[in-house]
Design a binder for this molecule. Structure first.
Ligand SMILES: O=C(O)CCC(=O)C(=O)O
Length: 299
């Protein structure tokens, strides 16, 4: 009966026709969307041999070479050092001992105890003295009284820090075939501490994809020495190279990762979801004008 009434009502019939047209348009759009998703899935599936699998740098042998980007050509070139022909990524787990990691971690914790960012990502730079504090930075060498400074930073800690830096310098020089006297420590080289506290300023937003050569200018070789371990001391916070295979480095105590700093190595750090992630970023340049000196306690 209802059907008959509808048949006799031209306005309603027109509405029904409109609805049917809309419905068939929606079905076509859904089908096209579904097809694109399936096609997209197959393209990714077949072009990425590591699909559905976390590819850690260990899976691919701890190191590999990649083609250098053009970034370095926008800066002075030092033929014996600048990464023009040889670029790559490495991980080494045997550069520092467990005891040395503990000593560096204790040093970092004592330093950060005097400040710390309100937004969860803090830095402590022993070279310049920069320490995150609230939403800004202070110079810890000016901020602390002499006694507090000497209690926080002991001579033996600075000796170890400089010694570890020299070992990292030697390792990078050897792996990339650079004369060590042509490779220099550069700014910024710093301890970092990351928690899951929400970011308050741009400085706290460590998780964006970036390229060190573009972000910092002076960097030619970046290294990271991890002082705490993924899954043991913190969750999240893995280091990810943002290219086709998204190769992942899982931080662990004493693990050194190093790589050329240009666009061949775009990367980001996942958000830390719990615990505290401590690391040291140790940066090297081929430009002697951009070199920095080893830190000294400045009382
Ligand atoms: O701490 C890390 O693993 C990387 C940090 C980083 O990407 C940076 O400081 O530019």
């Amino acid at each position: 009966m209802g059907a008959k009434r509808q048949k006799n009502n031209p306005k309603r019939e027109k509405n029904n026709q409109k609805k049917t047209k809309l419905l068939s348009n929606n079905i076509i759009a859904t089908a096209v969307g579904l097809f694109s998703c399936i096609a997209g899935f197959y393209i990714v599936y077949f072009s990425n041999p590591h699909q559905n699998k976390v590819v850690t740098i260990e899976d691919i042998g701890g190191s590999y070479n990649i083609t250098c980007s053009e970034d370095y050509k926008e800066h002075p070139i030092f033929t014996e050092c600048t990464p023009i022909k040889t670029c790559g990524r490495f991980v080494r787990d045997n550069i520092v001992s467990d005891e040395e990691v503990e000593q560096l971690l204790a040093l970092a914790k004592r330093g950060f105890a005097h400040g710390g960012s309100d937004g969860g990502a803090s830095i402590l730079d022993l070279h310049s003295g920069a320490l995150s504090m609230g939403e800004r930075f202070v110079n810890i060498y000016k901020f602390l009284e002499n006694d507090a400074l000497l209690e926080t930073f002991r001579d033996e800690d600075f000796e170890l820090y400089n010694d570890v830096k020299s070992r990292v310098h030697k390792t990078i020089s050897e792996e990339f075939g650079i004369d060590p006297s042509k490779l220099y420590l550069t700014h910024p080289t710093f301890f970092s501490s990351i928690t899951n506290t929400s970011a308050k300023t741009q400085h706290d937003e460590y998780w964006h994809k970036h390229i060190d050569k573009i972000q910092y200018g002076s960097f030619d070789y970046t290294s990271l020495l991890y002082l705490t371990s993924y899954k043991k001391d913190f969750e999240g916070g893995r280091f990810i190279f943002d290219d086709a295979n998204s190769v992942i480095i899982e931080p662990k105590r004493g693990r050194l990762s190093f790589f050329t700093s240009g666009s061949e190595n775009p990367h980001h750090v996942e958000k830390v979801t719990s615990g505290v992630r401590y690391a040291i970023t140790i940066s090297f340049t081929c430009d002697p004008k951009k070199s920095i000196k080893d830190p000294k306690i400045r009382t």
